[in-house]
Design a protein around this ligand. Structure first.
Ligand SMILES: [Zn+2]
Length: 389
C-alpha cells in the first residue's frame, strides 16, 4: 500500500481544535500523510513520517475539500432569459421551476447524466469533493425516479424532492399531487434516495403539506431536510426542527423563535447566498444564527433558476462580505458545516481516519477565499487520496 506525504503546507485547516489553533484547528508548516484513501497522520512538517511519495505544497494553504450539501444538478436547459428579466426588474417566484421541469422531462437519460457530470466536474475543479444532489425537475413518478437513479450513480447524497413545486398537471388539485408524492412517487424514489426534502413556501407547499411529505419519507427511511423560510416567514424552520431534519436550508426570513429553535437543535442552518445574489434579494443573517449558537453550513444551491453557481469560494466571499461571517467561520461552514448538514463524519475535516479529500490553494491562507473574490485559487484537489485536479 503506497503512502503520500503532502508537506511544506504553509497553513493547514484541519477543522479540529485538537490539531491546532482556533475552531479551524490551524497548523502552520504542516504535513498530511495519506494512506489507502484516508488521512493517516497530521502534524508539523518537521516531524512527518517517511512516505512512498512526496508532494511539496510550497508553503501554500491546504483545506478539506468543500462539502456542498445543497444542489439541484439533474436538469436540462437553462433560464438565461428569466435571469436577464429578473436583473431588469422582475421579481423571483417559485413558479419558474416549471420551465426547467419541461426541459428536463424532454431530455434523454444520457443528456441528464452528461449535464450532471459536467457540473460535478466543474465543482471538483473548484475544490468541491462532496456534493448533495436533489431530484425535483421531473415531478412525475418516472421522471423523479430517473433523476435519483442518475444522481445515485455519482453521489450517495441523493435527495427526493418530488415536492419541489406542484406538478403542472395538478395545478387545480395540489392535494392529489401531495398524495402522489407521498405514495406512488415515494415508492419509486425511496430506493435511490438518502434524504427527503420539500420546498415549504408560498406558491409551493404549506406547512401541513410539507409535514405530510417529510413524514411519509421518514417512514420509508429517508431523513428529512427542508427548503425553509427562503422567500418569506413560514413554518419551514419550525417543522424541520420538530421533525429532527438534518438541515433547514435558506433560512433567510427568520423570527427570533426560529433562530432559537435552530440554536437548540441539531438541525443545521444551511445558508445559500447564491440564491439571494441571483434573485437580488436580502441575504440571510449568518451572524444572528452564529451568535445564537446555531450550526451554519454554506452551500451553492446550484440550479438553473435561482442560483446558477457551483462555486463554494464565491459563497464564502459573499457570506463574509454580506452576511456577517468571519473568513474562518465561512470556511468552516463550507467544509465541516456541510458535513454536519449531511450527517457525515468522514468528510469536512483533515483528521486521522477522515477520507483524504483535500484542496490546495494557490494562496498562503484560507482567508484568501474571501480576500480574493472571483479568483480561481484551487491549485490541486485529492478525493479519497486520489489526485483529481
Ligand atoms: Zn434548493
Amino acid at each position: 500500500m503506497s503512502t503520500l506525504l503532502i508537506t511544506d503546507v504553509g497553513s493547514l485547516v484541519t477543522n479540529d481544535p485538537a490539531h491546532g489553533t482556533g475552531p479551524l484547528g490551524l497548523l502552520e508548516d504542516a504535513a498530511v500523510l495519506v494512506e489507502a484513501g484516508r488521512v493517516a497522520w497530521v502534524g508539523p512538517a518537521a516531524s512527518a513520517p517517511a512516505a512512498d511519495e512526496r508532494y511539496e505544497a510550497g508553503g501554500r494553504a491546504l483545506l478539506p475539500g468543500f462539502v456542498d450539501s445543497h444542489a439541484h444538478l439533474v436538469f436540462a436547459g437553462d433560464r438565461t432569459a428569466e435571469f436577464n428579466a429578473r436583473m431588469s426588474g422582475q421579481s423571483y417566484s417559485a413558479g419558474g421551476i416549471r420551465t426547467t421541469v419541461a426541459a428536463t422531462r424532454a431530455a434523454s437519460d444520457e443528456e441528464l447524466d452528461a449535464n450532471l457530470v459536467r457540473f460535478l466536474n466543474e465543482a471538483l475543479r473548484q475544490g468541491t469533493t462532496t456534493v448533495e444532489c436533489k431530484s425535483g425537475y421531473g415531478l412525475t413518478v418516472a421522471d423523479e425516479a430517473r433523476a435519483l437513479r442518475i444522481a445515485a450513480s455519482h453521489t450517495p447524497e441523493t435527495t427526493y424532492l418530488g415536492a419541489h413545486v406542484v406538478a403542472p398537471e395538478f395545478a387545480d388539485d395540489p392535494a392529489a399531487y401531495v398524495e402522489l408524492v407521498t405514495g406512488e412517487m415515494l415508492d419509486a424514489c425511496a430506493p435511490h434516495a438518502r434524504w427527503v426534502d420539500v420546498f415549504c413556501e408560498q406558491g409551493a407547499f404549506d406547512g401541513d403539506q410539507a409535514r405530510a411529505v417529510l413524514t411519509a419519507g421518514a417512514e420509508r427511511g429517508l431523513i428529512p431536510r427542508v427548503h425553509a423560510n427562503q422567500l418569506s416567514h413560514g413554518p419551514g424552520v419550525q417543522l424541520a426542527v420538530e421533525l429532527g431534519a438534518a438541515s433547514a436550508d435558506h433560512c433567510t426570513h427568520l423570527s427570533d423563535a426560529d433562530v432559537a429553535a435552530l440554536a437548540e437543535s441539531d438541525t443545521v442552518a444551511t445558508l445559500l447566498p447564491g440564491a439571494e445574489f441571483s434573485t437580488r434579494a436580502k441575504y440571510p443573517d449568518a451572524r444572528r444564527l452564529l451568535d445564537a449558537g446555531a450550526t451554519v453550513a454554506l452551500s451553492t444551491d446550484c440550479n438553473p433558476g435561482s442560483s446558477f453557481t457551483s462555486s463554494m469560494a464565491f459563497c464564502i466571499a459573499v457570506a463574509v462580505r454580506e452576511m456577517g461571517m468571519t473568513p474562518d467561520e465561512a470556511v468552516y461552514a463550507a467544509t465541516a458545516g456541510g458535513a454536519r448538514a449531511l450527517r457525515r463524519t468522514d468528510v469536512g475535516g483533515i483528521t486521522v481516519g477522515a477520507r483524504a479529500d483535500l484542496q490546495l490553494l494557490d494562496a498562503p491562507s484560507h482567508v484568501h477565499l474571501a480576500y480574493r473574490p472571483g479568483v480561481p485559487l484551487t491549485a490541486a484537489v485529492w478525493r479519497a487520496g486520489v489526485r483529481m485536479v
